[in-house]
Design a protein around this ligand. Structure first.
Ligand SMILES: Nc1ncnc2c1ncn2[C@@H]1O[C@H](COP(=O)(O)OP(=O)(O)OP(=O)(O)O)[C@@H](O)[C@H]1O
Ligand SMILES: [Mg+2]
Length: 273
C-alpha cells in the first residue's frame, strides 16, 4: 500500500490554515490576458488559500509565466478581477501598489548583479523603500534584515562574497533571500530551480516549502519538474491553453492527469501535417 503520510500531514496543515485564515490570499474571477491577437489567459477562476503552497504546471506556452506576471501586476489584466486578501479588488493603482508591497517574486534567471556582494543583492529586494539614487549607505536596520534573510537560506557566511563567484545553487538562494527580505505575504516564483541540478533542486524546493510554511506566507510557484511539484505542493493547478484545466491535491495528480496536461503537441500546432 502506498504511504500517503506526508500528504495527510499537509491536509492537516491546510485545514488549520483554512481555519485560521478564512480569507483566501488571492481570488481570480474570469481573469483574461491578451497579447496582441492571442488570448494568453482565458477566463481563469482560481482561489489561492492563504498559507498554502500552490504549484502551477503545464506545457510550454500554457500561460504559466503570464499568470505569475498577472498576479504581481507586471502584466495588466484585460478582463475579470483579481482580489487579494486584506486589500480587495486590485483594479485600482493604489490597491495594486498595496498588493505589490506585500508581494515578492523569484525569477528564473534570478536577475542578480554579479559584481555586487551577496548582501547587496539581497538589499536590492528593498529598493522600493528608499530613493533609487540615494548616495547614502543602507541603514543598519535594513542591513540586519538582509543578513537575517541570508541566514534563513544558509548563506550568511557568504554575505560579502561577490555574487558572480557563487555556485548556481547559492545564487538561487541569494534570489530567494532577496524575495524573503521583503517579508512578503505572497511569494511568487517562476521556475526558480531551472538552473540547478536535480538533487539540489529537491533540496532547494523543500527548503523553500519549509521557509514558506514557517513564515506563514502564501507561495505560488511554477515548476516544470513533476516530481518536485508533487513533493512541494499542497495544491496543483494545471494550466492548458491559457485555461485552468484542473486544480487538485498532489495525490490526485496521477499519470492520467499528467498525460492530459502534457499531451503531445498536435501536428497543426507546430506547422506539420
Ligand atoms: N509579451 C508577449 N507578447 C506576445 N505574446 C506573448 C507575450 N508573452 C507571452 N506571450 C505568449 O503567451 C503564451 C504564454 O506564454 P507564457 O510565457 O505565459 O507561457 P509559459 O507557460 O510560461 O511557457 P514556458 O513553460 O515555455 O515558460 C505563449 O504563446 C507566448 O508566446
Ligand atoms: Mg514561463
Amino acid at each position: 500500500m502506498t504511504d500517503h503520510t506526508p500528504h495527510r500531514y499537509r491536509d492537516i496543515i491546510a485545514e488549520e490554515t483554512v481555519l485560521s485564515s478564512p480569507e483566501p490570499a488571492l481570488t481570480l474571477n474570469g481573469v483574461s490576458v491578451r497579447r496582441g491577437n492571442l488570448a494568453v489567459l482565458r477566463d481563469i477562476d482560481l482561489t489561492i488559500p492563504a498559507g498554502s503552497v500552490t504549484v502551477v504546471v503545464g506545457r510550454s506556452g500554457a500561460g504559466k509565466s503570464t499568470l505569475i506576471r498577472a498576479l504581481n501586476g507586471l502584466t495588466p489584466v484585460g478582463g475579470g478581477t483579481i482580489r487579494a486578501g486584506g486589500i480587495g479588488s486590485l483594479d485600482t493603482a493604489a490597491a495594486m501598489r498595496a498588493h505589490q508591497r506585500q508581494t515578492a517574486t523569484i525569477f528564473q534567471d534570478h536577475a542578480l548583479i554579479d559584481r555586487l556582494p551577496a548582501i547587496d543583492n539581497v538589499l536590492l529586494g528593498l529598493a522600493d523603500l528608499r530613493h533609487p539614487l540615494s548616495p547614502l549607505p543602507w541603514p543598519d536596520t535594513l542591513r540586519e534584515r538582509a543578513a537575517h534573510a541570508l541566514d534563513e537560506v544558509g548563506l550568511l557566511a557568504h554575505a560579502w562574497r561577490r555574487t558572480g563567484h557563487l555556485s548556481g545553487g547559492e545564487r538561487q538562494r541569494v534570489g530567494v533571500a532577496r524575495a524573503l527580505v521583503r517579508r512578503p505575504k505572497l511569494l511568487l516564483a517562476d521556475e526558480p530551480f531551472a538552473s540547478v541540478d536535480p538533487s539540489l533542486m529537491r533540496h532547494l524546493s523543500q527548503d523553500l516549502r519549509r521557509t514558506a510554511l514557517a513564515s506563514g506566507l502564501t507561495l505560488v510557484v511554477v515548476l516544470h519538474q513533476i516530481e518536485t511539484a508533487l513533493a512541494m505542493a499542497d495544491r496543483i493547478v494545471g494550466l492548458a491553453d491559457g485555461r485552468v484545466a484542473f486544480t487538485c491535491h498532489p495525490d490526485q495528480f496521477d499519470t492520467a492527469a499528467q498525460a492530459r496536461l502534457f499531451q503531445p503537441y498536435r501536428p497543426e500546432e507546430i506547422g506539420l501535417d
